[in-house]
Design a protein around this ligand. Structure first.
Ligand SMILES: *Cc1c(COP(=O)(O)O)cnc(C)c1O
Ligand code: SF4
Length: 336
């Protein structure tokens, strides 16, 4: 370790302060956007079921005065969340059945997914883990030791996916320690992070983070999560450039969301903007049928139609794979 020559990072990095200043009251965000909170009658009740959280830099990319803004729609608690809908449940993709140890999910051959934290920088109303019992199911220190021992003892594992919550909410030290411990397990070949922070808190992508992600023998894939081209701005570009310049492979996964990105022009622009930032589209997920998210659902037939248009209008590498996650299947089900 060259810790003697590295300047000591500040006690509280700027991104942590920014995270702490996120909007946690929807009425406050609506005020910032010049919208009337009274026009959204179920704000409190919906927020009681899944807390509200949005970073200020993400809110700054929303169009003022537009209640249908596609970024706002992703985070705004609506009365529609309270409606009971048949087929929508607390654990739509069978995550709890896939828990192999607290903090560790295993569904697919060769890969294990770690719930590194329950925290996120923004709360997406359609999140399939909105009711996930993070308290019991995330990697505390003891769980981490057990999970590492399990991974070390299972030679079928090739790839570890750091997820959550958002793994980049962890500090550089915890991340570095975890990645270091994983890299010592000889049968592991690669590492993956699923994170929304490069989009919703780009200040998180510091030089020190890039060092932590690249100072390992494990080739590392960063899967970001953007749903709409308006989620990109200059700060996002700088962060993604930094990750790419360091040699990390950048992919994107999106969720197909009614009123956000369920039209061909938006999806085409999203793919083009991703490539312009050095990111390739990976998955386009059909909505996981989690309780409270029914108003986001796009019918499967419409989803197929949209991707057919993308196929006609884009090079193959800019067409995301349309998938649905189904509990108990050995891979995410392709729909085209
Ligand atoms: C989605 C998911 C993965 C990753 O699947 P890929 O098809 O490899 O992207 C791995 N583990 C779990 C539990 C998942 O939900
Ligand atoms: S960032 Fe990801 S895990 Fe967090 S609320 Fe959004 S979709 Fe869910």
């Amino acid at each position: 370790m060259d810790s003697l020559t590295l300047p000591k990072p500040p006690a509280r990095p700027a991104w942590r302060a920014e995270l702490a200043e996120a909007f946690t009251d929807p009425a406050e965000l609506l005020g910032f956007l010049g919208l009337e909170a009274a026009a959204f009658p179920a704000l409190r009740e919906a927020t009681g079921r899944f807390p509200f959280r949005v970073t200020r830099c993400y809110a700054a990319r929303m169009k003022k005065g537009d209640p249908a803004d596609p970024l706002l729609r992703q985070v705004l608690p609506l009365a529609a969340e309270l409606a009971e809908r048949p087929g929508f449940s607390a654990d739509p993709v069978g995550d709890l059945r896939a828990v192999s140890l607290p903090g560790m999910l295993q569904k697919y051959h060769g890969r294990a997914l770690l719930i590194t934290t329950g925290a996120c920088a923004i709360h997406c109303r359609y999140c399939f883990r909105r009711e996930f019992p993070y308290g019991a199911q995330h990697l505390g220190q003891r769980a981490e030791r057990e999970v590492l021992a399990r991974i070390a003892g299972d030679r079928s594992l090739r790839e570890i996916i750091l997820s959550g919550g958002d793994p980049l909410v962890l500090g550089d030290e915890s991340l570095g320690r975890l990645i270091g411990a994983l890299a010592e397990i000889p049968h592991l070949q690669r590492l993956r992070l699923h994170t929304r922070l490069p989009l919703v808190l780009p200040s998180r992508v510091t030089a020190e983070l890039v060092r932590v992600l690249t100072d390992t023998r494990l080739p590392t894939v960063v899967v970001v999560h953007a749903n709409h081209p308006a989620e990109f701005d200059e700060a996002v570009r700088e962060g993604l450039d930094r990750l790419r310049a360091a040699g990390l492979v950048l992919l994107n996964q999106s969720v197909l969301l009614r009123g956000v990105n369920d039209d061909p022009d938006t999806l085409i622009r999203l793919s083009e903007v991703l490539l312009a930032h050095g990111v390739l589209p990976y998955y386009l997920h059909l909505l996981d049928r989690v309780r409270g998210a029914g108003h986001f659902e796009v019918p499967e037939e419409r989803a197929r139609e949209l991707v057919r248009v993308l196929r006609e209008r884009l090079p193959g590498y800019l067409v995301p794979r349309l998938v649905r996650e189904e509990a108990g299947r050995p891979f995410k089900t392709p729909l085209l």
